[in-house]
Structures are given as structure tokens and as C-alpha cells.
Design a protein around this ligand. Structure first.
Ligand SMILES: [Zn+2]
Length: 133
């Protein structure tokens, strides 16, 4: 039996990477861990996790159906973390620049985003996409 590797392409087993976050067994320590686990949530259709890890003020606007459709329509084929600033266990804020690769209708596309993360009451949240400096 092969051990499934994590959808976030960390090279580690899913059970030792993003799965404990998606199953609410652990909280991510860093913004990058949250970023990776949110990508894995897209890849595995764990839409509730995407809402729960969104900055609380924005959660009421979260479009569950549209996000679920977008997640299901695409084949999530890879994640590259390009740059991380702050976002460590002791920080309150951090940014992660990433490229998510996905196949849609047979075409490989890239979603590149500079994401802003903030920590509140010991939990990291995704806040928004920033313009790339
Ligand atoms: Zn992972």
C-alpha cells in the first residue's frame, strides 16, 4: 500500500502534512502551513475549511456554492511557494506568494497570488490577496 502524498506537493505524506489541519486535529503554526492546507482543501473539496480559515469578518460573504464549484471543476495539480515574509509562529501577520497550478478543460493554468494572513487568538486566517509589489 502506498501512502498518499500531500496534495500541497510538500513531498510529505498527507497524514503528516495538511490532513491534521483539514480534520481540525491541529492548528497551523505558520502562515505557510495555512496556505498549504487551504490549497489541499481546494484539492480535496474540503470547502468548510476554506470558510473557517477565512478572516472572520469576511466569512459571512463566503460563497460556498461558487467555491465548491470552482474547486470541483478544476484538477489541482501543484503548488509552488515562491516567497514567504513573516508568518512564523510568533508573528501576527505574514504574506505568502504562491502559484497554484490547475487543469481546467484540458488547459493548465496558474493562479499566482500574494496572500495576506493574520493571526488572531492563536489561529492563522487568510485575509485577502494583495497587489504584488
Ligand atoms: Zn500539505
Amino acid at each position: 500500500m502506498t501512502i498518499p502524498s500531500c496534495p500541497c506537493k510538500s513531498g510529505r505524506p498527507f497524514a503528516e502534512c495538511c490532513s491534521p489541519f483539514l480534520e481540525a486535529e491541529r492548528l497551523p503554526d505558520t502562515a505557510q502551513q495555512l496556505m498549504r492546507s487551504r490549497y489541499s482543501a481546494f484539492a480535496t473539496g474540503k470547502i468548510s475549511y476554506l470558510k473557517e480559515t477565512l478572516w472572520p469578518k469576511y466569512q459571512p460573504e463566503f460563497d460556498f456554492a461558487a467555491t465548491a464549484n470552482w474547486a470541483a471543476e478544476n484538477h489541482w495539480s501543484g503548488l509552488d511557494i515562491l516567497r514567504v515574509e513573516k508568518g512564523d509562529a510568533g508573528d501576527r501577520e505574514g504574506t505568502v506568494l504562491f502559484e497554484a497550478k490547475y487543469l481546467t478543460g484540458g488547459t493548465l493554468k496558474t493562479h499566482r497570488e500574494l496572500s495576506r494572513f493574520r493571526r488572531k487568538s492563536g489561529r492563522w486566517y487568510y485575509v485577502e490577496a494583495l497587489p504584488e509589489a
